[in-house]
Design a protein around this ligand. Structure first.
Ligand code: SAH
Ligand code: SF4
Ligand code: F3S
Length: 482
């Protein structure tokens, strides 16, 4: 998959927009996000970069003057969804036009990067195509779009993070007490099934000083929990606060000292970058929550080799043992792909065996989807759809049973919950346990943003239900189940 560099450069460098639209500032922007947490973070930053242009954020399609679809290319279904969505937006655009109103459509994210100009060919109503590394140029692209469609899928030399501005405290507060923060982007691992190295580009780590400053801004506005994001977040190796190179472990230790912050998490990690210092921090740093998403993809060494994962099933099991020695109560989660080309029933059984051996608290599982431009898609020995479906169902049963068992084991125990919002019913508030489970309790709204001890009394299908025990002083650190 080749980014549309030539088209991008040519289009962005076009003549300035017609003055009539260029002078009209703002309106309302709706950013709709698909895919991973990094897209959620990017969506918020897109709204931030458009705010000084007079664009207010909305979640209502009816109110929006500009809709940005922040897309995901990871599997065929995710990617195809964009075009059905665009069909609907086109109708809205036509209706608005008939009323003499403007309505702009932008496609951002990983489909934009992968398909570039092809998107405009497939759907002519699109005004802007912008890749994940160039969305800081949205203000300029919106102006240029007055003159016709624009594409920017460059991997620019400047750092987009330097151009995104700082959101107001109000904006941060509206987004809640738990926030995402991208610290690392891109991927150099080239797993043979995966589009990410092509859509997000090469691995890069942000400077620690900038991450610290963004964390302080968030914490000052009331954010209590930050999840550090990266496609390979544990490969983080950014410039330290006063020079040198910092690992993710070092960054976590520093961020844990930011005033007001109660909890830190990070995702997503690659087993090969799970270094000893990071494992140690899981044992030493109470602010780092005992939950780790560590995708392994398969339990078969043969398939892992074909996937270019550069680790075996035993390596993973040994790693899990090490992590559990450092932090015995850690909850583990993973991603699995079933039906990778050449996967036999023995390979699949090896995956089930690995899952049984580890015992996951939660798991994501997918049918292999051949992606254009990736080596996996070229392999002749593709697994039939019905075999993939059958394996997915079997794996699903096993991991769902593990999830239920993990949740049930918490009934009768007391855990610290960071309350994030009102609950489903009046008088309820909801928050997360250290192990990332949603917990609902009867309690007052003023506890939102606070950490409190909760006795778990019941386990529902998607949430745990608990009884409020006592509020824990902010800043006391949160973590271990009692
Ligand atoms: N960077 C992350 C993964 C990002 S993609 C990591 O390395 O862990 C999220 C998950 O999507 C992957 O872990 C994988 O399980 C799944 N995935 C990626 N490409 C896929 C494909 N072509 N078909 C099916 N699932 C895929
Ligand atoms: Fe994709 Fe592999 Fe990189 Fe994860 S490590 S983003 S699965 S190529
Ligand atoms: Fe999807 Fe791109 Fe994330 S392909 S999973 S949105 S990095």
């Amino acid at each position: 998959m080749k980014p549309d560099l030539e088209v991008a450069a040519a289009d962005v460098n076009r003549a300035p927009a017609r003055p009539d639209f260029a002078d009209r500032r703002g309106g309302k922007v709706l950013v709709k996000s698909y895919g991973c947490q990094m897209n959620v973070y990017d969506a918020a930053r897109m709204a931030d970069v458009l705010a000084p242009e007079g664009f207010a954020e909305t979640s209502e399609l009816d109110e929006a003057d500009l809709v940005i679809l922040n897309t995901c290319h990871i599997r065929e279904k995710a990617s195809e969804k964009v075009f059905s969505e665009l069909g609907k937006l086109r109708q809205i655009k036509n209706a608005r036009r008939a009323e003499g109103k403007e309505f702009r459509i932008a496609v951002a994210g990983c489909v934009a990067q992968a398909e570039g100009a092809e998107i405009l060919r497939k759907q002519r109503a699109v005004d802007i195509v912008v890749g994940p590394q160039s969305y800081h140029r949205l203000p300029e692209l919106v102006r240029l779009a007055a003159d016709g469609p624009v594409i920017d899928t460059e991997f620019p030399t400047e750092d987009k993070f330097d151009h995104l501005g700082t959101p107001s405290d109000d904006r941060i507060r509206r987004r809640g007490v738990s926030a995402f923060l991208t610290v690392q982007e891109g991927c150099d691992k080239f797993c043979s099934f995966c589009v990410v190295p092509y859509t997000r580009g090469a691995e890069m780590s942000r400077d620690a000083a900038k991450i610290i400053s963004e964390t302080e801004t968030l914490a000052r506005a009331g954010v209590r929990e930050i999840t550090l994001l990266g496609q390979n977040v544990n490969a983080y190796h950014g410039r330290g606060e006063s020079g040198g190179e910092w690992s993710l472990a070092r960054l976590i230790e520093r961020l844990a000292r930011v005033e007001g912050l109660a909890r830190l998490r990070y995702t997503t990690s690659h087993p090969n970058d799970m270094t000893d210092d990071l494992i140690r921090v899981h044992g030493d740093q109470p602010e780092l929550m005992p939950f780790l998403h560590l995708p392994v993809q398969s339990g078969s060494d043969r398939i892992l080799a074909a996937m270019n994962r550069k680790h075996g099933a035993d390596d993973y099991l040994r790693l899990v043992e090490k992590i559990r020695t450092a932090r015995p109560d850690i909850a583990l989660s993973s991603d699995f792909i079933v039906g990778f080309p050449g996967e036999t029933s023995e390979d699949f059984e090896a995956t089930l065996a690995l899952i049984r051996a580890v015992g996951f608290a939660s798991t994501f599982y997918f049918k292999y989807s051949p992606r254009p431009g990736t080596p996996g898609a070229e392999i002749q020995n593709q697994v039939p759809e019905e075999v993939k479906a059958e394996r997915l169902a079997r794996l699903g049963e096993l991991v769902e049973a593990q999830r239920r068992a993990f949740n049930l084991a918490l009934v009768g125990r007391t855990v610290e919950v960071l309350f994030e919002k009102r609950g489903r019913k009046p008088g309820q508030i909801a928050g997360k346990s250290p192990y990332l489970q949603m917990v609902q309790v009867d309690g007052p709204d003023h506890l939102v943003g606070k950490v409190a001890a909760v006795e778990i009394v019941e386990c529902g299908s998607n949430s745990l239900f608990g009884r409020l025990m006592s509020e824990i002083e902010p800043g006391s650190g949160a973590g271990e189940a009692c």
